[in-house]
Design a protein around this ligand. Structure first.
Ligand code: NAI
Length: 462
């Protein structure tokens, strides 16, 4: 007899949420985690610590740039880097301990160690073999580097090393203008580093609405970040405390060098499935190393499921969480479902950037008939009072039916504002539905309503 109904391998947002839902559904559940704390990349070396540093460095930015204008006099605070790292570590600890508490509350066993699957129905952790009717792989992803770039996590770092630097570097080169590069680049720029971002493509944050990309890059430039676009990094050469980055400009193939105290490699992540024994089990994988799953998140091997960054789709904590809940329901004989058309994406810079659904570019590709409702935060009283009037809300709606197809926000609290539109999209709402909903004044949310009004007879405040 199996000693568990389900064993989940990995305790990141996909794995721990899945474990809690399995337990809530009455399944005897265990979760395997080899790290000393629960929570995976997101809580330990990703989303949560980076948000602490983004918050602290934003406070400094506010003190340096906006306090005097609000009548708050005095010198801006100086940075005590060790204390800032301690604040970040305390934030991590509060969150990881929170998951441990939730595991105890839900009677989930934490199997400490790295797991492998010797055969379907069995999970080996250390010397012990546990049996389970179902196994759910939630092992996440790891940074992917470039040929010629050797990571030492001291001078040439991934996001993991960038959260633990010995000091704030004077010069930082960021390879890749994606989410990680821009969030952590912003942190160090605000803390005083001279930050240069090298990006292969001609626009930052690939896949995002082109108008947002342009506004975002302009805003980051104004904040002091330097961009070298259309440039392919060839190699890095590092000593103990410095590095040289060599890149080639795509337009003329010319080669150039840049010196830095720290190089952050942020060129994407790849699925992490090492040591699970998937090849021997015959689990189907994509050429990009993702575990292949069906609509119920089950692999081709009966009883083995996979969710999160190690399968296809955006590598986002909340996408993994949704899959975790849905897979738990499938295992429990229910009908778990994820609406992949309504998964928001957020970049936690300042201003924040958020998006959901289609972009103008994808709608054009599909030959869809759409309209655009746009509203600038310049017309939002609350944003003006808070020195946060840079940016806009843009809603894309079907030209004939008015149904909302996507939304793109750059501006204050964009990462929170986007959810009103996500809910609307889940309910198949029209732009008019949003426009006719009373929004409290004065709030940033009014900008969302105004963008919805702009899809119809027009916004009031522009
Ligand atoms: P990314 O895929 O977002 O961006 C990587 C960038 O590197 C791309 O713009 C690409 O063109 C560029 N690049 C690739 N090779 C290059 C080369 N040789 N020279 C110059 N540029 C090059 O990857 P990133 O930022 O590392 O993030 C990894 C994953 O983690 C993403 O899937 C992201 O969604 C997720 N993540 C999400 C966060 C959020 O939701 N706020 C925060 C952090 C990570």
């Amino acid at each position: 007899m199996a000693n568990y109904d389900v064993i989940i391998i990995g305790s990141g947002p996909g794995g721990y949420v899945c474990a809690i839902r399995c337990a809530q559904l009455g399944l005897k559940t265990a979760c395997v985690e080899g790290r000393e704390t629960l929570g995976g990349t997101c809580l330990n070396v990703g989303c949560i610590p980076s948000k602490a540093l983004l918050h602290a460095s934003h406070m400094l930015h506010e003190a340096e740039h906006n306090f005097a204008a609000m009548g708050l006099k005095g010198k801006a605070p100086s940075v005590d880097w060790k204390a800032m790292l301690a604040y970040k570590d305390d934030t991590i600890a509060q969150n990881t301990k929170g998951i441990e508490f939730l595991f105890k509350k839900n009677k989930i066993d934490w199997l400490k160690g790295w797991g492998s699957i010797p055969e379907a129905g069995k999970v080996k952790v250390g010397d012990e073999v546990h049996t389970a009717k179902n196994i759910i792989i939630a092992t996440g992803s790891e940074p992917s580097s470039l040929p010629g770039v050797e990571i030492d996590e001291k001078v040439v770092v991934t996001s993991t090393g960038a959260l633990e630097l010995g000091k704030v570097p004077k010069k930082m080169v960021v390879i890749g203008a994606g989410v990680i590069g821009l969030e952590l680049g912003s942190v160090y720029s605000r803390l005083g580093a001279d930050v240069t971002v090298i990006e292969y493509l001609d626009a930052i944050t690939p896949g995002m609405d082109a108008e947002v990309q342009k506004t975002f890059q302009r805003t980051l430039k104004k904040q002091g970040l330097t961009f070298i676009m259309g440039a392919a990094v060839q190699k890095t050469e590092a000593t103990k405390s410095k590095a040289k980055v060599t890149y080639k400009l795509r337009k003329d193939d010319s080669e150039h060098d840049l010196d830095a105290d720290v190089v952050l490699v942020a060129t994407g992540r790849k699925p992490y499935t090492d040591g699970l024994g998937l090849e021997a089990l015959g689990v189907e994988m994509s050429p990009r190393g993702q575990i292949q799953v069906g609509k119920d998140w089950q692999t081709n091997v009966k009883g083995i499921y996979a969710i999160g960054d190690c399968i296809d789709g955006p590598m986002l904590a909340h996408k993994a969480e949704d899959e975790g809940m849905a897979a738990a329901e499938q295992v429990a004989g229910k009908h778990g479902h994820v609406n992949y058309g309504v998964i928001p994406g957020v970049i936690y810079t300042h201003p924040e950037v958020a998006n959901v659904g289609e972009t103008e570019e994808t709608l054009k590709e599909q030959g869809r008939n759409y309209k655009v409702g746009k509203f600038s935060f310049m017309g939002n009283g609350r944003a003006k009072a808070n020195f946060a009037a840079d940016g806009f809300v843009k809603i894309l709606a079907d030209k004939d039916t008015d149904r909302i197809l996507g939304a793109h926000i750059i501006g204050p609290a964009a990462g929170d504002l986007i959810h009103e539109i996500c809910v609307a999209m889940e309910f198949g709402a029209s732009a008019e539905d949003l426009a006719l909903t009373c929004h409290a004044h004065p709030t940033y949310s009014e900008a969302v309503r105004e963008a919805a009004l702009a899809c119809g007879d027009g916004p009031i405040h522009s």
